[in-house]
Design a protein around this ligand. Structure first.
Ligand code: HEC
Length: 202
């Protein structure tokens, strides 16, 4: 029996060393080689309002003006930050990841695998990788659908995807389907995902 204790003791230390190397030393080495990664502040990200943000302002001029005033880097930054806060508060990350994995040919569906660099900005601190995928990955969502699609989808996902199990978020929109301040923010944020210019090129 004594010799088994020694065996388990040695095996235990061995497993500890393997775990240390795999989950600490390797990640540290990878990230260390990126230590001079460029970091983008919210002001830098919002310097050029997206065409989708401009499109929302043009489609719903009075609602946009009431909620955000004019199209500017400041109003764009405000909508982006608000959109991210809602995404966190509504636990969208519980059903959606923001991380394209290197496995299972994900690149064919979502674009190039995510890299450390693209999380180096104010709208990814802390990152929203998520762990579950009840719905698809959203890391490259920007520009995939039109604003109108997002509005119809958020009001009731079944409007555009009949068998969707995503809950409706109709309260961000008026009865006529115009976005309220939060509706503008959420769509603006979704249209921003994957457009920071920090992504790896395919
Ligand atoms: C209960 C799980 C669940 C939650 C919570 C959830 N979703 Fe979804 N989502 C889904 C599923 C399932 C789909 C795929 C079917 C569809 O398109 O409706 C989806 C699809 C989407 C799509 C379309 C993706 C694509 O590429 O076509 C977007 C955008 C989206 N969700 C945004 C959100 C946002 C924003 C929130 C939070 C306000 C949210 N989701 C919360 C399950 C969820």
């Amino acid at each position: 029996m004594e010799k088994f204790y020694t065996l388990f003791f040695v095996a235990g230390i061995g497993c500890f060393v393997v775990a240390l190397v795999l989950s600490m030393i390797f990640p540290w080495m990878t990230l260390h080689s990126y230590h001079d990664m460029e970091y983008k502040s919210l002001e830098q990200l919002a310097a050029q309002p997206s065409q989708e943000f401009v499109g929302l302002a043009q489609a719903f001029p009075s609602e946009f003006e009431a909620a955000y005033g004019t199209i500017s880097p400041q109003s764009y930054a405000k909508a982006l930050q608000r959109g991210r806060d809602l995404y966190v508060g509504q636990a969208c990350w519980h059903c959606h990841s923001q991380y394209v994995r290197v496995v299972s040919n994900e690149a064919q569906r979502f674009g190039p695998p995510s890299t450390a660099q693209e999380y180096q900005n104010a709208l990814n601190k802390p990152h929203l990788w998520g762990t579950r995928r009840v719905g698809p990955d959203l890391a490259r969502q920007g520009g995939k659908h039109s604003n109108d699609w997002h509005i119809a989808h958020l009001i009731n996902p079944k409007n555009v995807v009949p068998n969707s199990v995503m809950p409706p978020y109709a309260y961000y929109f008026t009865k006529q389907g115009a976005p309220k301040a939060d509706g503008f923010a959420l769509v603006t944020y979704l249209q921003w995902l994957g457009t920071s210019g920090q992504q790896a090129q395919p």
